[in-house]
Design a protein. Structure first.
Length: 444
């Protein structure tokens, strides 16, 4: 616990946090956590991560770093259910955009920064498509414990997210290349300079992201849903969700595991191709490395780069691939890919129902719709869609979609295969004349 590793010192593979549960005071029932709602003046009980601290028991309480993350909600959405072909009352949206930095990343970052504090780190870094940098930067600026260094790819970050890193005083390095290039370089820099790395290959970050599962179960009176549907990028959430559910089942705190659906963007569909096309599986902890490496060799030879409007999941080399395979194996999971058209249509449906979200979140809704049409998800199943980030993370895409046949639509969306905005809510252009305005208002 007093060492910093970004991978196994022998083989370089990712590390896992494993607990000796016989030496931990595990609650007899998940309902015991409900008592902490009455002690929320304690910052650890206020946190939607650390109020479950017995289930991520790696940190002494006096070393825990929290900024009030995890105050998120699970909202039933009948309008999105109808769009997906589900029964009313059966579809729920887990809205992680309510976190301090506006995305789910704060759940993991509080745990990573806590471990950084435990080992005495004063500098931290990450590669980012936007949400990770915003989250690490806000923790650095709020606490004053860390100087933050952010690596981004050229033109590969939404301005809403970049503005946060800049505003929160992070040093931002923009590389020629994409996220995968930035990820490679930040690992090298952190290794050489002794900087604490906060990407999701950090096993402590995934410990914090387990809390999303705990809050979903809490909102459903501790009864697991039938499905959890999550956008797939670097696969940190997929990995953390699987680990959380396996641990809860091992501890006897839940009696069954929900099924897991991971939704790739079609322009960044590594997991879908490896899992559904090439048959790569967990295989009791020994996934076929040849299948994986042959895929990446072919990808490089073909010069294929990730390309999707859902910038948060615009990743070709997911670092948590093996852990995601474990989660899919445990949860009888499936993987699907959806195009940017379907992603933005799904995002628009979420917004029309009152929960604006970033484009990547629309992938979970589009995935449910596809799986429902395939008959994989039943209309009566209880389904939770993960909304990863806030609507204002990428306002340019949102405005371009709702503007319809505008120059912004043609410039930003059409090159990505978005040819229509079926669910657009376009502004009405009217002369500055009261009579003309009243004509519009009377037709409202």
């Amino acid at each position: 616990m007093d060492e910093v590793h970004t991978g196994c010192p022998t083989c370089g593979s990712l590390l896992d946090v494993r607990y000796d549960w016989d030496r931990v005071a595990v609650p007899g029932s998940l309902r015991e956590f409900e008592g902490r709602w009455s002690t929320r003046r304690n910052p650890l009980d206020f946190s939607g991560v650390w109020r479950f601290r017995e289930l991520l028991p790696f940190a002494p309480e006096d070393k825990i770093v929290t900024i009030g993350e995890g105050q998120t909600i699970l909202q039933q959405s009948n309008s999105v259910a109808r769009y997906c072909g589900m029964n009313e009352g059966s579809l729920f949206l887990q809205y992680e955009g309510l976190n301090p930095s506006g995305s789910f990343k704060d759940n993991g970052m509080t745990a990573a920064v806590t471990h950084a504090h435990m080992v005495g780190a004063t500098q931290a870094a990450c590669a980012s498509t936007g949400n990770t940098s915003a989250s690490l930067a806000i923790f650095g600026s709020c606490t004053g414990l860390l100087r933050v260094l952010v690596f981004i790819g050229s033109g590969k970050i939404a301005y809403g997210k970049l503005s946060q890193a800049l505003d929160y005083n992070a040093k931002t390095i923009q590389l020629e290349g994409d996220f995968d290039d930035a990820m490679q370089r930040v690992r090298e820099v952190c290794s050489q300079a002794g900087i604490y790395l906060c990407n999701s290959l950090n096993p402590f970050r995934l410990e914090g992201q387990k809390a999303i599962i705990f809050r979903i179960l809490e909102s459903l009176a501790w009864e697991p849903p039938d499905w959890i549907v999550v956008p797939g990028g670097n696969l940190g959430n997929t990995s953390a969700f699987g680990k959380a559910l396996l641990e809860l089942k091992e501890l006897g705190l839940i009696n069954r595991l929900p099924r897991l659906a991971v939704i790739n963007a079609a322009g960044a569909n590594t997991l879908h191709e490896l899992y559904e096309r090439d048959g790569l599986r967990w295989n009791h902890g020994r996934p076929d490395a040849t299948v994986r490496e042959d895929y990446f060799v072919a990808m490089e030879a073909g010069g294929r780069r990730a390309a999707t409007l859902a910038s948060a999941i615009e990743i070709n080399r997911p670092v948590n691939l093996n852990k995601a395979l474990r989660a899919l194996d445990a949860c009888n999971g499936v993987v699907r890919e959806v195009g940017d058209q379907e992603i933005l249509d799904g995002k628009a449906q979420v917004g029309a129902g009152g929960f604006g979200c970033e484009p990547a979140s629309g992938a979970s809704v589009a995935g449910v719709k596809q799986l429902r049409e395939e008959g994989v998800i039943a209309a009566s199943d209880r389904v939770v869609c993960i909304l990863t980030g806030h609507q204002l993370k990428d306002p340019n895409v949102t405005v371009a979609y709702h503007s319809g046949k505008s120059d912004d639509f043609d410039r930003l969306l059409r090159p990505s295969g978005v040819n229509e905005a079926v669910h657009a809510n376009s502004p009405v252009v009217v002369e500055n004349d009261l009579e003309k305005i009243m004509e519009v208002v009377s037709g409202f």
